[in-house]
Design a protein around this ligand. Structure first.
Ligand code: SF4
Length: 444
């Protein structure tokens, strides 16, 4: 955990000599706690205090980067147990396991299926981030061949999973520039894998059965000069995994226990599809930095991606769409005009129902700071005055030839005042978006 200003002050010389540019040691300590100044500005700090302060300034969970460029994955560096305490910073990466014992034609098919696992949801593109090539065959040539196939998908990052360090070295010749994650499947071979990670400056995932082993092996890797480490704990079942992952997070954040201060990779791999889905979503929630799945069916992958998107959404910043006019279908000057808030989920729900009505329409999103209809109304961000101003400024008057607007049923109370101040005829739409198609088909 980060030290407070007072904790830092206790470690300073307390002479108030001002050589750091601050009037007092306390002022310097406060600035240091807020990361506004660096420790080396104080020339009188003891070596012991320096060591304590430097280690406290490290993030409790190491940031690990897999891949390069704009599609790289960054995991770790989280600071809270629960999202509502602040937010989670680095969304869990979602990956698909690709076994290298598949036939060549099946490899191609599976890889192109993985490449298609991208979806648009509430104005954002969500998709799978990496492929974990697993050396299931035990053969070097098959492992390398599978990696070559994955290299045809430039957007996807790579993890390499093997028990054999020679196969790992061969596979790296093909994909090293993509900065893959090396997964050492065999605890007994960890020294060889650490050597490869060090030589190639790559992140490594350490596989082990217990947290004690994990703590011992991360220290070993660190002492060998590898700092980007991922924990791959093989508990016996999902409950065991959740328990271990929670313990790791607590130890890192609450006890500042450096040996477990690394992100976690989790494999959701039971045979039953529904259990696999439950595991994947549970691991995203608590507290995996990478979640690997086997299933490439879009109907399976989509809910996993949605869970990740929702959990990693900043709770203090609702997803918003731009406040403006949206045309749905080929609308014209006679088309209906609906007004709603700019909360993304509200807009996309309304837009989906308008689309399914097959009645070309305009939707105007009022700037409600991303709040939903009732919340915005209660917070006075979606009032008659605000809607009237939006109608005026949006330019809709130049687009349609009528002056009729449809407001959400939940704010029917605004209709009288809105008519009065805007001059528009107000229709009260349905309370639930599901009523929109029927409403629009009968709108005049
Ligand atoms: Fe205190 Fe060090 Fe600043 Fe002097 S230089 S005031 S000892 S913090």
């Amino acid at each position: 955990m980060a030290l407070s200003g007072l904790d830092i002050y206790k470690l300073l010389p307390k002479t108030n000599c001002k050589e750091c540019g601050f009037a007092t040691c306390l002022a310097f300590a406060m600035a240091l706690a807020q990361k506004k100044v660096s420790l080396d500005k104080c020339p009188h700090i003891t070596a012991q205090a320096k060591e304590a302060l430097e280690s406290a300034s490290q993030p409790p969970i190491k940031l690990v980067t897999i891949g390069t460029g704009e599609n790289r994955i960054e995991i770790g560096n989280e600071t809270v147990m629960y999202r509502h305490e602040q937010k989670f910073f680095h969304p869990a990466a979602i990956g698909v396991v690709l076994e290298d014992d598949l036939a060549e034609e099946d490899l191609d098919g599976t890889i192109s299926e993985i490449g298609r696992l991208k979806f648009d949801r509430v104005g954002q593109t969500i998709g799978v981030n990496l492929v974990c090539v697993k050396n299931t065959s035990g053969y070097q040539n098959k492992f390398v061949s599978a990696v070559k196939h994955v290299m045809t998908m430039p957007d996807l990052n790579i993890a390499l999973s093997s028990r054999d360090s020679i196969s790992m070295n061969e596979a790296l010749k093909v994909c090293k520039e993509k900065r893959p994650l090396l997964i050492c499947e065999d605890q007994a071979k960890i020294a060889d894998f650490i050597k490869i990670a060090k030589e190639n400056n790559l992140p490594i995932a350490i596989t082990c059965a217990t947290l004690e082993d994990a703590a011992m092996l991360t220290e070993k890797a660190k002492q060998s000069g590898v700092s980007e480490i991922v924990l791959n704990i093989k508990s016996k079942d999902m409950a065991g995994h959740i328990q271990d992952f929670t313990f790791i997070r607590r130890m890192a954040l609450k006890k500042n226990f450096r040996a477990l201060g690394y992100p976690i990779i989790a494999f959701a791999d039971p045979a039953e599809e529904d259990i696999e889905l439950a595991e994947a979503v549970s691991y995203i929630s608590k507290y995996a930095g990478i979640v690997m799945i086997n299933n490439t069916v879009p109907e399976f992958v989509f809910p996993v991606l949605v869970a990740r998107q929702d959990i990693y959404q900043d709770p203090q910043k609702p997803v918003q769409v731009e406040p403006k006019i949206y045309e749905i279908g080929k609308a014209n000057k006679h088309s209906p005009v609906l007004i709603t808030t700019n909360f993304s989920i509200t807009y996309f729900t309304v837009a989906g129902e308008v689309e399914s009505s097959k009645v070309p329409s305009y939707i105007i999103c009022c700037d409600s700071e991303g709040m939903s209809v009732l919340t915005a109304w209660a917070a006075e961000k979606f009032t008659a005055e605000k809607i009237s101003e939006t109608l005026e400024k949006s330019g809709i008057k130049d687009i349609v030839g009528h002056r009729k607007v449809i407001i959400p049923g939940y704010v029917s109370v605004l209709s009288g005042k809105l008519e009065e101040i805007s001059g528009w005829k107000v229709s009260v739409g349905p309370r639930e978006a599901s009523g929109i198609p029927n409403f629009l088909r009968n709108w005049k």
